[in-house]
Design a protein around this ligand. Structure first.
Ligand code: NAD
Length: 258
């Protein structure tokens, strides 16, 4: 039976992936703050260490699928925690479970980023070098200097761009090891994270206006279906890619770029 590890498995997209993987006969180990097989706070070094130890012990050091869904939105406080979970937590899980994936069968990992990551300039982003250098203290210090009305969104979008870059940076080594690694980048998805943003006056209008050409938000199971495909053997040549699933949002926001 294939073993899948899913972070953020208690809610939203992660819970939908869990449901689909269980239905497909996989053994799923969910990691989350609560309502999970492995309860851990992926924003802290201690939480990451205990999550990795627990997962490696439960799996005997062999994993077939890793899906990094855990994340916080722009409204989460403090904004530095968003950068910690979305970037540093995801990268720690990827690197900490790489050897276990190498021992898996047709192994694959998927990181959930966001199509909104490309709506800010990455080249001019003040956090870029700190992310690329893996300097969490510097990222936290820079986020703390941002104006309060921008900090959450900048922390969110930059963390999602940075984690997409982290995947691309690993494509050569992971490909050589025959472990596939990709990003799925959703647009607006109807989940508790999005609901929390809608009820925050700082972000509600922007989220309401973040409407896809298809005229609706995605449901979590639609994102889970793409994640499941990308992680499956049917996608055996998909590697190092960032796959948008946003109902046409990015194309309509940037019609002259890709
Ligand atoms: P969600 O809030 O329903 O689920 C996120 C899960 O992550 C929750 O169960 C939460 O407890 C967990 N989590 C958060 N912080 C954690 C921590 N410190 N340690 C362990 N677990 C933690 O949200 P969702 O919309 O399903 O989000 C899943 C992923 O999709 C996130 O990475 C999010 O950024 C991304 N995303 C969501 C949308 C959207 O519109 N909903 C759009 C683009 C990308």
């Amino acid at each position: 039976m294939a073993i899948a590890v899913i972070t953020g498995a208690a809610s939203g997209i992660g819970a939908a992936v869990r449901e689909q993987f269980v239905a497909a006969g996989m053994e799923v180990i969910g990691i989350d703050l609560k309502r999970a097989d492995v309860r851990a706070d992926l924003s802290t070094a201690a939480g990451l260490r205990s999550a990795l130890d627990d997962v490696l012990q439960r799996t005997g050091g062999t994993i077939d699928r890793l899906i990094c869904c855990a994340g916080l939105g722009p409204q989460a406080e403090p904004p530095g925690r968003t950068a910690a979970v979305n970037y540093f937590g995801a990268v720690a899980l990827l690197d900490g479970l790489f050897d276990a994936l190498k021992r898996g069968t047709n192994p694959a990992a998927v990181v959930v980023a966001s199509s909104s990551a490309v709506l800010q300039s990455w080249a001019d982003n003040p956090l870029r070098d700190a992310y690329l250098g893996g300097d969490e203290a510097r990222v936290q210090a820079l986020v703390a200097t941002l104006p309060a009305e921008q900090a959450g969104y900048v922390a969110y979008a930059s963390s999602k761009y940075a984690v997409s870059v982290a995947v691309r940076q690993r494509a050569a080594a992971w490909g050589n090891a025959r472990v596939r690694l990709n990003v799925v980048a959703p647009g607006a998805v109807q989940t508790p994270l999005l609901e929390a943003g809608l009820s925050d006056p700082r972000y509600s209008e922007a989220i309401r206006n973040f409407v896809a050409p298809l005229g609706r938000r995605a449901e979590a199971h639609e994102i889970a279906t793409l994640i499941g495909f990308v992680a499956s053997e049917q996608a055996a040549f998909v590697h190092g890619s960032v796959l948008f699933i946003d109902g046409g949002l990015d194309a309509s926001a940037r019609p002259f770029d890709f």
